[in-house]
Design a protein around this ligand. Structure first.
Ligand SMILES: NC(=O)C1=CN([C@@H]2O[C@H](COP(=O)(O)OP(=O)(O)OC[C@H]3O[C@@H](n4cnc5c(N)ncnc54)[C@H](O)[C@@H]3O)[C@@H](O)[C@H]2O)C=CC1
Ligand SMILES: CCCCCC(=O)/C=C/C=C\C/C=C\C/C=C\CCCC(=O)O
Length: 198
């Protein structure tokens, strides 16, 4: 399905990978609603995007997407989304993939993207104990891994997202994106539903 003229909703769209998704979707002609709890980053992103794309093609909505109450009635009618680019954390990986089989009957596809390290603001959190918690002691190992495996540009992950959106046959897929192998699909032998494409 082509993105041009459609409306997409991107959670965590103010910065990092989400921000790259927004940029790619706008580049393909979509309108985009950015949802993010960080008001300052969201407003900055919207302002920067408005210099590149028509201002009416984006809307920034400040909210915590894990809070159902905050989501109710948020979306202006002109921005009821067709695509939703998000992370699977809220409902969980296994359930997300299992749900894809059922949702296909309603014209909804559900795929997941698993990237290696990506150059976004989150990487700055490695040096902050308050962000890393129990994993703080592994910070040097994580840095070594980043050096070993490489760190990708967010636009590479956005390319994967566009592939998933534009190829209607992809459903229930696990797209891995690594610096060494680029965009590729993880094969699982025992998924409980038939995959339409590998
Ligand atoms: N950067 C990396 O190397 C990788 C990141 N990931 C995952 O991808 C996702 C995005 O990562 P990055 O762009 O790097 O992170 P980031 O921290 O740079 O950006 C995340 C954005 O999501 C927003 N956000 C977080 N929780 C929210 C909530 N409950 N409601 C609304 N907005 C919320 C933040 O305000 C921020 O603008 C994260 O789940 C991360 O764990 C996965 C693989 C690698
Ligand atoms: C802990 C700070 C970094 C936080 C990044 C994040 O939020 C989530 C990252 C999740 C996955 C990336 C981590 C590890 C990737 C490890 C290896 C990639 C393998 C690449 C390859 O070429 O095989």
């Amino acid at each position: 399905m082509h993105v041009n003229g459609k409306v997409a909703l991107v959670t965590g769209g103010a910065q990092g990978i989400g921000r790259a998704f927004v940029q790619a979707l706008l580049g393909k002609g979509a309108k985009v609603a950015l949802l993010d709890r960080n008001s300052e980053a969201g407003q900055e992103s919207k302002a920067a995007l408005d210099e590149q794309f028509e201002a009416q093609r984006t809307v920034f909505i400040q909210c915590d997407v894990t809070d159902e109450e905050q989501l109710k009635g948020l979306m202006p009618a002109a921005f009821q989304p067709v695509y939703c680019a998000t992370k699977h954390g809220v409902i969980g990986f296994t359930r997300s993939i299992a749900l894809a089989a059922n949702m296909d009957n309603y014209g909804v596809r559900l795929n997941t993207i698993c990237p290696g390290f990506v150059n976004t603001p989150i990487l700055q959190s490695i040096d902050k104990e308050e962000n890393m918690g129990q994993y703080y002691s592994y910070k040097d190992e994580i840095k070594n891994m980043m050096q070993f495996y490489g760190v990708m540009d967010p636009s590479t992950i956005a390319e994967g997202l566009i592939t998933i959106i534009e190829d209607d046959t992809l459903n229930g897929e696990v797209m891995k994106i690594t610096a060494s192998q680029g965009i590729h699909f993880q094969q699982y032998g025992q998924t409980p539903f038939p995959s339409s494409k590998r």
